[in-house]
Design a protein around this ligand. Sequence first.
Ligand SMILES: Cc1ncc(COP(=O)(O)O)c(C=O)c1O
Length: 411
Amino acid sequence: MVDCDSAMLGRRAVLPLATASVLVALMWIRRRRRRVFVLDNIVRRCILNASPYTFPPRFDHSSVSSPVLLDANENSHGAPLDESALSRLGLERYPDPRQIQLKAKLSALRGCEPSQIFLGVGSDEVIDLLIRVVCRPGKDAVLVCSPTYAMYGIFARVNDVQVVDVPLSEGTFQLRVDAILQALTSRVKLIFLCSPGNPTGRLLNREDIKAVAEAATGALVVVDEAYIDFSVPQTGGCEVSCVDLVTSGHFSNVVISQTLSKAWGLAGARLGFAIASSQLVSYVDKLKAPFNVSSLTEHVASQAIDKAASVLQSVTTIVAERKRVAQELRGRAYAHAVFRVFPSDANFVLVLVEGAREICESLANRGVIVRYRGSMTHCRECIRVTIGTASENDRFLESLLDIIGSPTEAM
Ligand SMILES: Cc1ncc(COP(=O)(O)O)c(C=O)c1O
């Protein structure tokens, strides 16, 4: 028989024991839970929330054999390269982190000092570096003028930097200077102006750029001239480029961004560069990865610059083709479906068509890849078509005609 006292004692002892084991189990579960790695717990919120860049549609049509690629504004003629030199590059060694030879060539090409140049892995890296040099995450902002190149906004957001949008004027795609000046707060540290614009194809008025640069005493003004070589091909766009605003020393807040991805036919090599005050270049140098530009890239870029005359020739051909394609599209055969072909200073045309999205799909089904831009500001029902070689452009024109039918059929 168990006496009453010892039974009570036993129960009293069992209860705390049960509570203790529940506590231990809870702690064990909590500790286990803590030990499980949840990536989203440590990734910055601005990265979690960011929408990624939408790749050119060619990557969604990889099953199409020998497609005509008119969706990324490259130079289909390619760059003049001497492949035999690749074996002499010494790829077992790191490249020159100061990129002295390439900067010398670029500075001679663009009429600035080597100390006024910094290089990037495409001008995409130039954009990212500039944001990181001047914008404080969670505090500052960049100003863009839509419709414009998406990467300004994407790099801003992943750096936890806000985006202030002051759209271009509708139809003419020019800066609304007064609206920009009104939007300039002390938080805006960078203003991105794209000239010629993407997807607009239009050069911005130089006087407007100067007015913004003059007023923006608290911000850098980045003039993205990725397509400048197509504006006045004879001179590499010299008359219309804003490089002189930097080299004259009058605008120490202006930065010009250019690239070898477009006219120079080297999109795959990834070389972009900026022309800015030597002081700003010295700050960017602190931030960039020391060997960001590979020997391979340096080599092919340098070769292309040595053969600038040949590049100029392909650019001149593209500009002549731009005129031909625009004229054809404005002709009677297309008039029932092509409502507007915007003037272009770049290697692509923005075209207002009936049923833009369906036309892009139908073209892709025929192996011609162009870019739908209808969801961008002021670009409803627009497609952007890169000017390729004469035969690529013919394929585009013929396929489009095939899709829209002849004017009589449309009636
Ligand atoms: C206006 C503009 N800037 C910059 C870039 C990026 O060029 P890169 O290939 O030099 O990174 C592009 C690419 O399409 C562009 O359209």
